[in-house]
Design a protein around this ligand. Structure first.
Ligand code: GDP
Ligand code: IMO
Ligand code: MG
Length: 430
């Protein structure tokens, strides 16, 4: 058996939560492999909305296991809030939620460091979600971090205090930030008890056993490929590998276990936080997209920057991820446009190119657009691809031709059932 992967091909918020929740019924396990509570994955069904940050988006489907893999960084406080929301929604999770012991912990001082680091950057700030992601991954690669499994050790408190003191030392050189450290620590330790009471597993053995038993596994990405630490718009990125390669290190599986890679893109493009965004619209069209698409961050509530779809950018992330199928979301957000644009190339340094330059920061990269006819009608009644207005079909077919990957899913609204399966889903387990 192989592991199918769902991940975002842009700068995050492509609608991963919705698609994972939809597909989850076809799998035995959904596993998050990287990122942490910087993620906000929205699910809408039965007239209710849920936002998940750390818990995999398969949790609302009964009989399914959900693993928080070792590549994820966990803030017990955020996790416990999510669990309380699941309790309120009467979703049983204790027998179905597993946590890898090698996942790293976000300490209160990691959040404090995140805020102080951002403050020190001034105008150069990343626009981080301030959830402590960067400092936690820094401690992981710097070999200082604390892992979920460490909380079971008799000397855990010593290790905690030693890391906290290291952080307090670092904070002396940074701008001071208002932060109730004692209060946050109290909450953190209470939440840690709940985390300890969950099913803690050796994630890599667990997932490989499941594979050997023929179980169907779906890996759920967080963020998007343009926020990848290696290939994103560095330094305006997150601190993990958001691309398919991250599945191997983040779950402990070999490359040949990867099956289908489903890349998700919006029918336009958004980004939240600072950094380059070649097709950004700083005019009323951008504002219109933001309003129509309700483009406000699921984690921080910040307005998202909006622009047209960027096909060379998507070609790049399709290449990095080995995408085998595309899911296009939020096509309904374009319903009112008489004309839609897609960037087909870039003009840069007097030349036309389809490749992203080494560094996008400060580079006057001009998108070369093609115009597409809008459809100016609602899509609620479209159940099949053929039910979509001809202009919408033409737009999607042009994307498919340019990107050279089949579009198998088209999302026409935030609700679970607003999804068109375009053609026989290839090689997915049903
Ligand atoms: P994720 O981080 O990739 O899971 O995406 P987010 O949940 O942060 O952001 C996607 C937003 O778009 C959420 O509010 C979803 O409810 C919403 N959404 C998902 N698919 C569609 C769609 O096809 N149409 C519309 N209008 N909204 C959608
Ligand atoms: P999901 O999984 C959109 C962005 C932040 C910031 C940069 C670094 O919901 O798609 P970090 O908190 O990691 O230090 O922030 O990355 N960012 C996201 N943008 N969706 C996300 O997750 C994001 N996670 C981080 O806005 O620009
Ligand atoms: Mg999101």
């Amino acid at each position: 058996m192989t592991i199918d992967v769902i991940l975002g091909l842009q700068w995050g918020d492509e609608g991963k939560g919705k698609i994972v929740d939809f597909l989850a019924t076809q799998y035995d396990i959904v596993a998050r492999f990287q990122g942490g509570p910087n993620a906000g994955h929205t699910l809408k069904f039965d007239g209710k909305k849920y936002v998940l940050h750390t818990v995999p988006s398969g949790i609302f489907r009964t009989d399914l296991l959900n693993l928080i893999g070792n590549g994820v960084v966990i803030d017990p406080i955020t996790l416990v809030k999510e669990l309380e929301n699941l309790d309120k929604a009467e979703v049983e999770f204790r027998s179905r939620l597993l946590v890898a012991k090698k996942a790293h912990l976000i300490l209160p001082t990691h959040r404090l460091l995140d805020a102080a680091n951002e403050s020190a950057k001034g105008k150069e700030k990343i626009g981080s979600t301030l959830k402590g992601i960067g400092p936690t991954y820094m401690d992981k690669t710097g070999r200082n971090g604390l892992r979920v499994g460490d909380t079971l050790l008799p000397d855990f408190m010593e290790r905690y205090n030693s890391l906290k003191n290291k952080h307090l030392g670092l904070l002396e050189a940074l701008p001071s930030i208002e932060f109730d450290l004692e209060g946050e620590e109290q909450k953190w330790f209470v939440a840690l008890d709940t985390l300890r009471s969950l099913k803690l597993v050796d994630g890599e053995y667990f997932i490989n056993k499941m594979l050997a038993e023929g179980k169907k596994i779906l890996a759920e990405g967080a963020q998007g490929s343009m926020l990848d630490i290696d290939y994103g718009t560095y330094p305006f990125v997150t601190s993990s590998n958001t691309v398919t390669a991250g599945v191997c290190s983040g779950l402990g599986v070999a490359p040949q276990t990867i099956g289908q890679v489903i890349g998700i893109t919006k029918a336009y493009c958004t980004r939240v936080g600072s950094g380059p965004f070649p097709t950004e619209l700083l005019d009323e069209t951008g504002d219109f997209l933001r309003n129509e698409g309700a483009e406000f961050g699921s984690t921080t509530g910040r307005p998202r920057r909006c622009g047209w779809i960027d096909l060379p950018q998507l070609k790049y992330t399709i290449m990095l991820n080995g995408v085998t199928q595309l899911a296009i979301t939020k096509i309904d957000v374009l319903n009112k446009f008489a004309e839609i644009k897609a960037a087909m190339h870039y003009s840069y340094d007097g030349k036309v190119t389809d490749e992203l330059p080494f560094d996008l920061c400060g580079i006057p990269l001009e998108p070369v657009y093609q115009d597409f006819e809008g459809w100016q009608q609602q899509l609620e009644d479209a159940k099949d691809f053929e039910d979509l207005p001809k202009a919408a079909q033409a737009y999607l077919e042009a994307l498919e031709t340019y990107l050279d990957v089949p579009i198998t899913m088209v999302s026409t609204g935030p609700e679970r059932e607003s999804l068109i399966l375009k053609e026989m889903m290839m090689d997915l387990p049903w």
